[in-house]
Design a protein around this ligand. Structure first.
Ligand SMILES: [Zn+2]
Ligand SMILES: [Zn+2]
Length: 258
């Protein structure tokens, strides 16, 4: 069985747990750890886990809300860390004492029974990767920082049973916000973050009868509102607004089975 849980999502920090259980054997991957060590520990405890339960961490890119305590976590608990070479170089190429796995587009990584399949995305980082996670039977797609959808991104998300998808901002709220012009341009640009409308288009494109969960993630606290997101999701997925899930900055999401 494959299940996942956001431990928190937003511009202040992102982390997602993926867990596979096969015949009494459990594998756990943490995708991003954009919190301090103590915060991460508290969030793991809420999920019934501790850092020693994690087999590997995958860092999608070097932005602080994703890389967070990755190095300290790896040093403290001897956990393997996967990230692109660009991400590693962008953070000053820190030493991981043999625990660093350089990830790249198209090269699968095995974390116990979870196969991680990274893919390249357009975002203003050095070599950002987002990913599919599969146990062979079921697949989760994770897409939390994306400037715009490319045919390749949509191809990589085809057929997933669950999707954690960025719904960053409402274009009107962003336009009317107090953000300086350069920041508005960055967030709304081709290498920034997905608007609700752009994310809804992705959800619509990926939708198929076997898609069980779509969880909205990375919502802007200033330039978005959960009710606007749920409306956009419900329209795209032809489902009821009350069933739409948004991962919160404070608590993430519940465990969701694939
Ligand atoms: Zn980012
Ligand atoms: Zn981010």
């Amino acid at each position: 069985m494959l299940r996942f849980r956001s431990l928190g999502s937003g511009s202040t920090g992102n982390a997602t747990l993926v867990e596979s259980s096969v015949g009494g054997r459990t594998s756990r991957l943490l995708i991003d750890c954009g919190f301090g060590l103590r915060q991460l520990d508290a969030r793991l405890a809420q999920a019934g886990l501790s850092a020693t339960d994690i087999d590997a961490v995958f860092i999608t890119h070097e932005h602080g809300d994703h890389i967070g305590c990755a190095h300290a976590l790896s040093q403290r608990h001897r956990i393997r860390v996967c990230m692109s070479e660009g991400t590693w170089l962008a953070t000053g190429a820190p030493a991981f004492e043999g625990r660093l796995h350089l990830a790249r587009d198209g090269a699968d990584i095995e974390v116990g029974d979870i196969t991680v399949q990274p893919f390249t995305v357009p975002h203003d980082a050095r070599e950002p990767l987002q990913l599919r996670c599969t146990d062979g039977a079921r697949t989760l797609g994770v897409l939390t920082d994306l400037g715009h959808a490319t045919p390749y991104v949509l191809e990589r998300l085809a057929g997933v049973q669950a999707l954690l998808l960025e719904f960053n901002h409402d274009v009107d709220l962003l336009a009317g916000s107090g953000y300086p012009a350069f920041l508005k341009a960055r967030v709304g640009g081709n290498y920034g973050h997905l608007s609700n409308a752009a994310a809804a288009q992705i959800a619509r494109a990926v939708r198929h009868p076997g898609l069980r969960h779509v969880v909205a993630a990375h919502l802007s606290e200033q330039n978005n509102r959960p009710e606007i997101v749920r409306r956009a999701m419900a329209e795209a997925l032809d489902a009821s607004e009350s069933e739409m899930l948004t991962a919160t900055a404070a608590g993430g999401s519940p465990w969701l089975d694939l």
